[in-house]
Design a protein around this ligand. Structure first.
Ligand code: BGC
Length: 854
């Protein structure tokens, strides 16, 4: 029925490159404002700049001796590691081209929608380690310590700074995961959640590369992204910075983003390690997570980051199982550095270091250096020097810390003509330190494409979309227009006014410009001769209804915002207070739908919302989930509405019917505890895994998204791939026999575990009227004995198909993809009994079924 209807649709445009002419600015409209309060040290960012090129950790005095394993802020264990490390633990077996070529981060394997190559960064790390060792060979203890200690908050050009020393020029560390924060002439890219919604590896890689080029052009050594926390809690304030609520999708997004960033020459930072899943109590909550859940869900994106050769990992503010993340021997030393064979360095989140002895627990660099912003002391700095001199911390460990940091710099070839920092994060108007280097190139075209490709079409009755030269359109809602004082009205985007194209907090940047939907749509309407009317008053629902009455198309725009805890917007302290639309959105939509039977909802939301009040309204003919699109938001929306881009975005999270349907809720009550306990009792059952297990029908399931065309699937086949490395035969046989993988340095990132082991092929046919992109998804169904969720995403690809054509698609699976974490054996194990799988168009729309050959 659906395909018949679609076949009768008249499609004005087909998939293709959109016309890219930025619209002229329109006069700003009056829109309701919301209150904003800024707390904490980030309010300092506009204060004057106080830079001294000689500032070093020597300016930071010793903290009191009571810092030895103690803290004023909560629980600290004394972290004495039981693990020893070689200087560069090598996760690889013998390199085996073409599956496992020696890889330089500046020339990664080319992107593929079905990646079959496992890059081997070990030789490049080994070379970098040797150079780093040579460089520090004549360093004093103090000089080595300086490499590990930031210069203190706002004492350098960037949000984090490592001082220069002898032949080492120092390091600039700068946010964010979507832009060069606090810089001008830089692009405001779509958020992480948007690129995850594309389910498109080439776009993920392209975004990483373009971002990386901008960071490098500005002289940033270390980009503070990507962010890969999991969206465990739907209201989590920073979820939009990350890649959704599934570890596999997050892991692939992280992997491609890092390969792209580092390809450009900048060091990437995988953050926040780990379990920083909500903003409330982020510095005083203990996320209590069982070992299997940690391995299979939360740590997986970090494992993929290590496999992408990530140079840095940022430990988070929270505690994990009662121990602070930056002090957590189990997470840093055991899992990250031993199991994953991570060879770069661990930096703290800003002021997340809690002890000098964190160095022994695996922390390599403290940021921004001082214990609290501007405190003038440090857990590293003079204290670290004392601890090494007094024998509390070995010289070997200090050498390892400095070596890891400098090796990461060599690993990215930053010793070879790397640009010097040419902007000033703390004083953007200072003439001496801001060179205003334009790094934007033509990245706006990519922003526009990802904005459209990450937009998810949720409802489209009677071929309402794409629009076909409507007589007129009315745009209702403040989200359709520009903010009244421009796109950078609020510091760190900590407010909500006009089109929402970024959340708030440190994960933001300044917009160079921001195309609103009004601008994008008007430009298109001019071509069609359509009239455009608008009304941006969210609260006058009577006026909105009157404006909508009798018009050919009524578009209602609304949004939902969130961010980081140090800014409170309209009573939302980072996390969202609820899952309802902001700015009177539900009532506005209903008021318009009451008067116009061709009402289209466009939603710019940081995450899921409860849309039950209106989703089934018969006058609401289409719903466009536009996400967090960056500076080209209005153009990207227009491209989808008019069919210049045929929607191919898929939900990276579940949209529930009721907030209580989600397995984990936001904790906002500390019950008077110094440390708030957050037990991850749902275990493996986050997001769709829980809905499937508990048989709860969501409104829109994970992986869902419509197109302007339709697809069918056929001809499934699955073939084992022979390993070409005989050295691994015993490990593979043991795995096939159900034995857990042995644990050793790099054991979880080993080639035999991650090389392609099975190839699944099938055909996809475009049965509709226009070209389109389908996103086939592969879900594993483990046997019940494995106690896994009913369906687990382990593969996806993207296939672009012309009308009435059929394309072959392929998804490869590794042994790791088919394994579960065995807590007792501490290894990856293939469950007993038959493993089956489905290929489908979402987590609940399976089209083909198969079994993994035994
Ligand atoms: C955030 C990090 C950020 C850092 C530096 C912290 O508050 O959690 O994500 O990179 O600040 O701005």
């Amino acid at each position: 029925m659906l395909s018949k209807l679609l076949l009768s649709c008249i499609i004005p445009f087909v998939l293709g490159a959109p016309t890219l002419t930025p619209s002229a600015a329109t006069p700003s409209a009056s829109a309701g404002n919301v209150s904003t309060t800024v707390s904490g040290p980030y309010s300092l960012v506009t204060t004057s700049y106080n830079y001294s090129s000689t500032a070093a950790s020597s300016t930071i005095s010793s903290a009191s001796a009571s810092t030895l394993g103690a803290s004023t802020t909560g629980v600290i264990t004394v972290p004495l590691s039981s693990y020893s490390f070689t200087p560069y633990p090598t996760p690889t077996l013998s390199p085996l081209p073409p599956v496992y070529p020696a890889t330089d981060p500046l020339s990664p394997p080319s992107v593929s929608s079905d990646p079959q190559v496992v890059p081997d960064f070990a030789p490049a790390w080994a070379t970098a380690y040797q150079k780093a060792k040579n460089l520090i060979s004549d360093y004093t203890i103090e000089e080595k310590v300086n490499i590990t200690t930031g210069v203190g908050w706002a004492n350098g050009l960037c949000v984090g700074n490592i001082p220069s020393n002898k032949n080492f020029p120092g390091l600039c560390l700068e946010d964010s995961p979507l832009a060069v924060r606090f810089a001008d002439y830089a692009t405001a890219f779509p958020a992480g959640i948007q690129v995850a919604s594309t389910w498109n590896r080439p776009l993920m890689r392209a975004r990483g590369l373009a971002l990386g080029q901008e960071f490098k052009g500005k002289g940033v050594n270390i980009a503070l992204g990507p962010m890969m926390n999991m969206g465990r809690v739907a209201q989590g304030g920073r979820n939009w910075e990350g890649f959704g609520a599934d570890p596999f999708l997050t892991g692939e997004s992280a992997y491609e983003t890092i390969l792209g960033l580092q390809n450009a020459g900048v060091q990437a930072t995988a953050k926040h390690f780990i379990n920083n899943e909500q903003e409330h109590f982020r510095t005083s909550e203990s996320s209590n997570v069982d070992d299997r859940t940690q391995h299979e869900i939360y740590a997986h994106p970090f494992l993929r980051s290590v496999m992408a050769g990530v140079s840095s990992v940022m430990c988070s503010y929270n505690l994990i199982n009662e121990t602070y993340a930056c002090n957590n021997d189990k997470m840093l030393n055991d899992i990250l550095k031993r199991e994953y064979g991570f060879q770069g360095f661990v930096q703290s989140d800003w002021s997340a270091t809690m002890s000098t002895l964190s160095a022994v627990a695996g922390l390599d660099m403290t940021m921004p250096g001082d214990i609290t912003f501007d405190s003038g002391d440090s857990y590293f700095g003079g204290n670290l020097t004392d601890y090494v001199n007094d024998g509390y911390i070995s010289m070997a460990r200090l050498d390892d810390m400095a070596t890891r940091i400098i090796a990461a710099w060599y690993f990215l070839h930053q010793d070879e003509n790397y640009p010097v920092t040419n902007f000033n994060a703390f004083n953007p108007n200072d003439e001496a330190t801001n060179q205003h280097v334009n790094v934007q190139a033509d990245h706006y075209t990519l922003v526009r494409e990802i904005g459209a490709a990450g937009t998810v079409l949720l409802k489209n009755e009677n071929c309402t979309l794409p629009l076909n030269k409507p007589r007129n359109l009315v745009l209702i809602g403040s989200d359709a227009g520009p903010g009244k004082s421009g796109p950078n009205e609020f510091s760190d985007q900590g407010g909500s006014d006009g089109i929402l194209a970024m959340g708030w907090g440190s994960g933001t940047g300044n917009f160079p410009y921001l195309i609103s939907p009004l601008e994008g749509i008007q430009e298109r309407a001019r071509q069609d001769g359509s009239s455009v009317f608008w009304d941006f008053d969210d609260w006058n629902t009577a006026l909105a209804g009157n404006m909508a009455y009798g018009e050919a198309v009524a578009l209602v725009f609304t949004n939902s915002d969130s961010g980081e805890d140090y800014i409170t917007v309209d009573g939302n302290q980072g996390d969202r207070n609820n899952l309802t639309a902001w700015h009177n959105g539900d009532d506005l939509i209903l008021a318009v739908a009451a008067q116009n039977n061709n009402t289209i909802v466009v939603m710019n939301s940081v995450g899921p919302l409860i849309i039950e009040p209106w989703i089934e309204h018969p006058n609401i003919t289409a719903v466009v989930w536009a996400g967090i699109q960056g500076q080209e938001a209005g153009n990207a929306i227009a491209d989808v509405l008019y069919g210049a881009y045929n929607p191919s975005g898929r939900l990276p999270y579940t949209i529930a019917k009721d907030i209580a349907d989600y397995p984990a809720q936001l904790i906002t009550d500390d019950s008077g505890s110094e440390i708030v306990t957050i037990d991850y009792t749902e275990g493996l059952f986050i997001d769709y895994r829980h809905f499937d297990q508990a048989n709860i029908t969501p409104r829109f399931e994970f992986g869902f998204g419509l197109s302007y065309t339709t697809f069918t699937y056929s001809e499934l086949s699955v073939t084992p791939i022979q390993s070409s490395d005989t050295n691994q035969a015993d490990l593979i046989t043991a795995w096939q026999n159900g034995e857990a993988s042995p644990i050793a340095e790099g054991s979880s990132t080993a080639l035999w575990l991650h090389e392609p082991a099975f190839q699944v092929t099938f055909k996809v046919t475009n049965t509709g009227p226009v070209s389109g992109m389908e996103i086939p998804q592969l879900y594993i169904h483990f046997p019940s004995s494995a106690s896994e969720p009913p369906s687990v995403l382990k593969g996806f690809t993207n296939v672009e198909i012309s009308p009435s054509s059929t394309e072959q698609a392929s998804i490869t699976l590794s042994r790791y993809d088919l394994s579960i974490w065995d807590v007792v054996a501490q290894g990856w194990r293939k469950p007993d009994d038959q493993i089956s799988f489905s290929i489908g168009a979402s987590s609940r729309d399976f089209r083909l079924q198969g079994d993994i050959p035994t």
